[in-house]
Design a protein around this ligand. Structure first.
Ligand code: HEC
Ligand code: HEC
Length: 115
């Protein structure tokens, strides 16, 4: 009897560990370093706007891994037209502002590129 109880407790603990490992804690902010100046991606703000629906972005648009490339390289217009990566929302007629005219006005790239 005592033995089976210990067994059940052990199994429950294993199950919990597996759950925690699966649900990785989302970062609040991510910084993408680029030659044109770094871009701060407010992950929390983006989650809030999507009503915590992670599947809007993961895994279709982005991997849940900051070491993976986000796939939004210049010229951005190309990805905006294809509605991929950030350009699936950030494009003309999309859910958010397009990149054109917003390079370094404080929205995206914080420092201008060195010439
Ligand atoms: C608007 C799009 C968007 C939404 C919604 C979103 N994420 Fe992300 N998330 C990203 C991007 C972009 C990255 C960076 C991916 C990369 O660098 O390749 C990322 C990265 C991550 C990472 C990896 C962090 C690291 O340091 O490696 C985790 C974990 C994560 N997101 C969890 C979540 C969870 C959990 C939710 C839902 C509550 C969520 N995300 C919703 C865009 C989003
Ligand atoms: C699911 C749609 C969606 C995706 C994907 C998305 N964004 Fe956004 N983003 C928004 C919305 C909506 C806003 C706020 C509306 C606006 O300002 O036009 C926003 C705002 C921003 C802002 C202004 C600061 C803020 O968070 O309020 C930045 C910078 C930004 N996004 C960068 C990015 C980058 C970089 C990516 C790709 C890694 C990305 N976004 C992907 C929807 C998205």
């Amino acid at each position: 009897m005592r033995r089976s109880l210990a067994y059940i407790v052990l199994l429950a603990m294993l199950g919990l560990t597996a759950l925690v490992a699966q649900n990785k804690t989302p970062p609040t902010k991510l910084t993408f370093t680029t030659k044109n100046g770094n871009v701060t991606f407010d992950h929390s703000a983006h989650i809030k706007r999507e009503q915590s629906n992670c599947s809007v972005c993961h895994p279709g648009l982005f991997a849940q891994d900051a070491k993976k490339p986000i796939g939004f390289r210049p010229p951005h217009k190309a990805q905006e037209d294809k509605k991929v990566a950030c350009g699936s929302c950030h494009r003309a007629g999309g859910a958010a502002f397009a990149t054109q005219g917003n390079c370094s006005n404080g929205k995206c790239h914080v420092t201008a590129a060195k010439k």
